[in-house]
Design a protein around this ligand. Structure first.
Ligand code: FE2
Length: 143
């Protein structure tokens, strides 16, 4: 896998928006950390803490992207893309919040499935949805 020198991200993850790329790097690191942690301890308490951290960083990251959308008038220029993008953020947060509730209720959560879900969602969302937003922002930034 070739990576970008700067963000340490796979090449097709690089959006060209520095703030977004940095946060994506952090998010992927966090998932890797979660995988290692859960490998040695998948108790409900540990799982709850891991999911809470992931959810909190994801929400922070989504807020960054949605602030950039507002700043550049994405919803006005590309209403369908903006709507789909925000819908994907909400759906992700809801799914992770649901897992958090399951962990809190001490119900069985398949941690391998959880990590796979996170990595697949991030992969699809960055390569399709975030790169589309980034392309728009970069075009707007051109003098
Ligand atoms: Fe996004």
């Amino acid at each position: 896998m070739s990576t970008s020198e700067k963000a340490g991200l796979p090449e097709d993850y690089v959006t060209g928006i520095e703030e977004i790329d940095r946060q994506h790097g952090n998010l992927i690191d966090l998932v890797g950390e979660a995988r290692r942690t859960l490998h040695s301890d998948s108790s409900p308490a540990r799982l709850g803490a891991v999911i809470r951290e992931l959810l909190s960083y994801s929400i922070y990251h989504f807020e960054t992207e949605e602030r950039l959308m507002r700043q550049y008038g994405y919803a006005q220029a590309q209403p369908e893309d903006a709507e789909l993008h925000i819908r994907q953020h909400r759906s992700f947060s809801q799914q992770v919040a649901k897992l958090q509730e399951e962990a809190a209720a001490h119900r069985q959560v398949d941690t391998t499935e959880l990590i796979r879900f996170l990595l697949e969602w991030i992969d699809r969302h960055i390569r399709q949805t975030d790169r589309k937003l980034a392309g728009f922002i970069l075009a707007e930034r051109k003098p």
